[in-house]
Design a protein around this ligand. Structure first.
Ligand code: HEC
Ligand code: HEC
Length: 291
């Protein structure tokens, strides 16, 4: 191995003088200056960064904190604290504002509506459907046909105490079980069902409907009203509007008269906090049928 430098014949570049196996020589091609300078600059910058910002794990646990005291965790914590402070302010306001006034305040109503929508998906959708459209036995909450009333206060009461629920203050009215308790026989149930269907113009047997009207007057007006329009204080549905909780077929109507149905809606007081219940009422009211 000799150390003499000479010019490589193929490339015309001077060699470093390093030779291997007598014949393999290293061309002298140093890194460009700009490259080296950026390289050193990067190293300096990295060292500066280590000093300024959190960087290295420490054997004792934790990490070097950096002299600027920067911490993403602290930043996030600060942002979360600000957001939840703003939220708890709104929640506090919702707690002490009567529901009627919440609806008049766009900010509160918007916040309550969003909270109500989320809670509805978790707690109510299994029975009332994702979009609150209901299904047989579970009322549609989007229309303006209300069993128990669609004013904000009515909805609040329904939500807090439930319907035929286990709560002491539940809504209780219950239609008699005319068939099961033999208050009416099959023929009478058939006739009064024809009368009920005639109230929305869908009966098929005039004679039966006429006989049924007499039974209706004796048995049903106290809850469903003289004209069959229903009474919300009894939770008794309007029988004239072609909106059926349990179905429009004669079988379904006869079944309602036989069994009295008696759908159960759970009470939410004690299970959900008061602000959430109020927010749910705002949301349900906003679905379109609120009065
Ligand atoms: C276990 C099933 C079930 C769940 C869960 C449920 N509901 Fe109900 N809900 C019912 C039934 C059944 C009725 C109808 C009761 C009746 O026949 O009078 C009802 C009635 C209502 C009514 C009265 C409708 C009217 O026309 O007056 C409202 C309002 C209501 N539910 C809202 C809700 C909200 C909000 C939630 C969630 C917090 C919820 N429900 C959860 C079963 C349920
Ligand atoms: C004590 C009050 C009361 C009396 C009396 C009463 N009902 Fe009802 N009726 C109700 C209630 C409450 C419901 C709703 C049941 C439910 O929500 O589960 C209802 C529901 C019905 C339904 C189902 C309506 C639908 O949308 O699916 C029919 C049909 C009906 N009643 C017919 C009658 C007839 C006919 C009589 C008389 C023979 C009668 N009811 C007497 C309270 C009453």
């Amino acid at each position: 191995m000799s150390n003499e430098r000479h010019v490589d014949q193929v490339t015309g570049v001077e060699t470093t003088g390093h030779v291997w196996d007598d014949d393999i020589r290293e061309l002298n091609k140093p890194l460009p200056r700009w490259w080296l300078l950026s390289f050193y600059a990067c190293i300096l910058w990295a060292v500066g960064y280590w000093i300024a910002y959190p960087a290295w794990p420490v054997i004792a646990g934790g990490y070097t904190k950096g002299v600027l005291g920067y911490s993403q965790r602290a930043t996030v914590a600060r942002e979360v604290a600000t957001a939840s402070q703003a939220q708890s302010g709104l929640r506090e306001q919702i707690a002490k504002t009567p529901i009627g006034d919440i609806l008049k305040s766009p900010d509160l109503a918007r916040f309550a509506d969003a909270a109500g929508r989320q809670s509805f998906a978790e707690n109510c959708a299994p029975c009332h459907g994702r979009g609150a459209q209901g299904s047989p036995g579970y009322p549609n909450l989007r229309d303006d046909d209300w069993l128990w009333g669609g004013k904000p206060e009515d909805i609040m009461q329904t939500l807090r105490f439930g319907i035929r629920s286990e709560h002491k203050q539940t809504r209780t009215s219950q239609m008699p079980r005319y068939g099961l308790e033999k208050l009416l026989d099959d023929a009478q149930i058939n006739d009064v069902a024809e009368h009920v269907l005639s109230l929305s113009g869908t009966n098929t047997d005039k004679g039966a409907a006429t006989r049924g009207a007499v039974i209706y007057k004796e048995q049903c007006v106290t809850c469903h009203g003289d004209e069959g329009k229903g009474k919300q204080e009894q939770g008794a549905p309007n029988l004239t509007d072609k909106i059926w909780l349990y179905g429009s077929s004669k079988d379904a109507v006869m079944q309602s008269i036989r069994t009295g149905r008696g759908g159960v809606m759970p009470a939410w007081e004690g299970r959900l906090d008061p602000v959430t219940i109020k927010s749910l009422a705002v949301y349900v009211h906003s679905l379109g049928g609120g009065q």
